[in-house]
Structures are given as C-alpha cells and as structure tokens.
Design a protein around this ligand. Structure first.
Ligand code: THU
Length: 130
C-alpha cells in the first residue's frame, strides 16, 4: 500500500542517523514491515574487529525475527548517496532464507527502485535436507 511504502522509506531514512560507521564512514538505514503491520528498523553497526560489523538490513531482519514477526512484507534500505544502495550478498542470502517473497525498496534522491530476491539473488544457496 502506498502509505506503507511511505512509512517504510521515511523510517529507513531516519534510521541512518543511528548508524555507527566508525571505520567505513558509510551510513545505511533500513526499515522492515511484517505481516501484522509492525515496523522494525536497523542501521549498520561497525566494530574494530571489522568482520563483526553488521549491515542495516540484517539488524532490522534479526530484530523482526527475534520478536516473532512472520510474513515479512517489505524492507526499505536507505543510504545518504545519490544512487540506490543495493543490499550486499550476505543480506540477500539472509533475506532469501527468512523472507523469500519480500519486496525490496531502494530509495534514492530521484526515485524508488522496487526489486525482489528473484532479481537480486537468482541462484541462492539452498541447503538440501540431509
Ligand atoms: N552495509 C550495509 O549496512 N548494508 C549493505 O547491504 C551493504 C553495506 C554497511 C556495512 C558497512 O558498515 C558499510 O555499509 C560499508 O560497507
């Protein structure tokens, strides 16, 4: 719904302010909408042991999952750059596993790009049951 899209994009932009880009200087915000209408925000949080840094999308996703949210509908990802900020490979894989049908909204200065995981992760890793 248009008002959900607006709400998500505003929340993702607001979340940029809480990011902690201590090493890269690159700020990202995310906002995720679950089936029951709840909104979960996230931002990138970096750490001196660089590999422990976490992306904005995964912070939002883990907040949602850890609070029992299901049927994840859409996630907006916002950066302070001119162009849309595409999710990294690890976030695509995590989203695929927990929310394969999620809509990914990428606002930029001029427009909003809407993509699905079919386009962003055409050949995901899928673990066959042993
Ligand atoms: N980052 C995200 O938060 N999301 C992405 O999908 C790509 C990268 C963060 C990780 C790191 O803190 C900073 O952007 C620069 O790579």
């Amino acid at each position: 719904m248009p008002q959900d899209i607006d709400r998500l994009i505003k929340a993702s932009k607001k979340a940029i302010a809480f990011s902690s880009p201590l090493y890269s200087g690159f700020r990202v915000g995310a906002a995720l909408l679950s089936g029951d209408g709840r909104l979960f925000t996230g931002c990138n949080i970096e750490n001196a042991s660089l590999t422990l840094s976490v992306c904005a999308e995964r912070v939002a996703l883990l907040k949602a999952l850890s609070e029992g949210a299901t049927d994840l509908k859409a996630i907006a990802i916002a950066c302070a750059t001119e162009e849309p900020c595409y999710p990294c490979g690890s976030c695509r894989q995590m989203l695929f596993e927990y929310a394969p049908g999620i809509k990914i909204l990428l606002p930029s200065r001029r427009s909003i790009t809407v993509l699905g995981l079919k386009e962003l992760l055409p050949m995901p890793f899928i673990k066959e049951a042993p």
